[in-house]
Design a protein around this ligand. Structure first.
Ligand SMILES: Nc1ncnc2c1ncn2[C@@H]1O[C@H](COP(=O)(O)OP(=O)(O)OP(=O)(O)O)[C@@H](O)[C@H]1O
Ligand SMILES: [Mg+2]
Length: 312
């Protein structure tokens, strides 16, 4: 029953979930989330992300396993652990005829917290909702509704916030605003677990990522390490004269002719000693293969994710 800083804020051990339909949504999940981090849970549709979050938040019961929030068992100590958690669910669910202010204030009351108008004001100001405090939810745009959901989830001052697909269907600008909100929360000491289908989002935001597929965690890793370890860089050359095949003289080089025959792609590990690009360009010169342009890029978390899930 420790609440030392070293205790993980969330610890999931051997969690299984079989729904009444007989479907196994979680097949033994172990996961630890560190205090103060932003953790992204990635996985395809149906992987079990929402099921896991719902179990942690107490709206779905697990078939087997143990979960601790800040060292406290979520079953034995339900009230205490639930009040430490904020949840922004995947589906927007609020009384659309209530005002923004009342929605957030009422939610705080549900957790048995004393009223704190100053806190709610700061929350609404942070989320750029202050001007809308007296508007009914039904009068807000989709992006504003999402921010109301975040305000509602934070109304009782939780230390662990779950955001289930916070930016699904949200435009690029608003997505950036939401990222800024999440970062500010983290600066204030809130630990954040988010699920997303936008790999760019995980790459940009998360300290660590966990990949889940078919109810199993495939890996958990520092985002930067993962990018480093599995990331590749590539150089694409626009050819002066299109090719139908890679010349035999270049066999043995990690080259790929892109579908149109107009571009040649060379891939290499980010941490390889020397890139071999100079040697390649020299060889191309000797063979009289000219190019008009050269482009370099790094593989994204998206490429890594696809290759992982395919392998599994
Ligand atoms: N109430 C339920 N009863 C039966 N099966 C369910 C129930 N809720 C979810 N499932 C099933 O459990 C599996 C995991 O669903 P879950 O919603 O956890 O996935 P997810 O990773 O959140 O997917 P998405 O990215 O689409 O939100 C799916 O096969 C889903 O059909
Ligand atoms: Mg989901």
């Amino acid at each position: 029953m420790s609440t030392e800083p070293t205790t993980p804020i969330l610890s999931v051990a051997g969690v299984e979930k079989r729904y009444a339909s007989g479907l196994t949504a979680l097949a033994g999940v172990d996961l630890e989330v560190r205090r103060g981090e932003i953790f992204a849970l990635l996985g395809p549709n149906g992987a079990g992300k929402t099921t896991l979050i719902s179990i942690i938040c107490g709206t779905v019961t697990m078939t087997a396993g143990t979960i601790r929030v800040d060292g406290h068992d979520i079953v034995k100590d339900y009230r205490r652990t639930r009040s430490a958690i904020g949840l922004v669910p995947q589906e927007i669910a609020v009384d659309i005829f209530a005002t923004v202010w009342n929605t957030v204030r009422f939610s705080r009351g549900l957790f048995g917290c004393a009223p704190n108008p100053a806190y709610i004001e700061s929350l609404l100001r942070d989320l750029s909702l202050w001007d809308k405090r007296d508007s009914k939810i039904t009068e807000l745009s989709g992006g504003m509704k999402r921010r109301v959901m975040i305000a509602k989830a934070l109304s009782h001052e939780p230390t662990l916030l779950f955001l289930d697909e916070p930016t699904a269907g949200v435009d690029v600008n608003l997505r950036r605003d939401m990222w800024a909100v999440v970062r500010r929360l983290r600066e204030r000491g809130v630990t954040i677990v988010l699920t997303t289908h936008y790999l760019e989002e995980a790459e940009e935001m998360a300290d660590r990522v966990g990949v889940i597929d078919k109810g199993r965690i495939l890996l958990v890793e520092d985002t930067a390490d993962l990018m480093d370890k599995m990331g590749k860089r590539r150089v694409t050359l626009a050819l002066q004269t299109p090719m139908t095949a890679i010349p035999p003289e270049l066999a043995g080089w990690p080259l790929e002719l892109l579908s149109d025959g107009q571009r040649l792609r060379y891939s290499f590990d980010t941490h390889a000693e020397g890139t071999g690009i100079a040697a390649l360009l020299k060889r191309l010169g000797e063979l009289g293969i000219d190019f008009t342009d050269l482009d370099t890029e790094r593989s994204s978390l998206e490429d890594i994710f696809i290759s992982l899930v395919e392998r599994a």
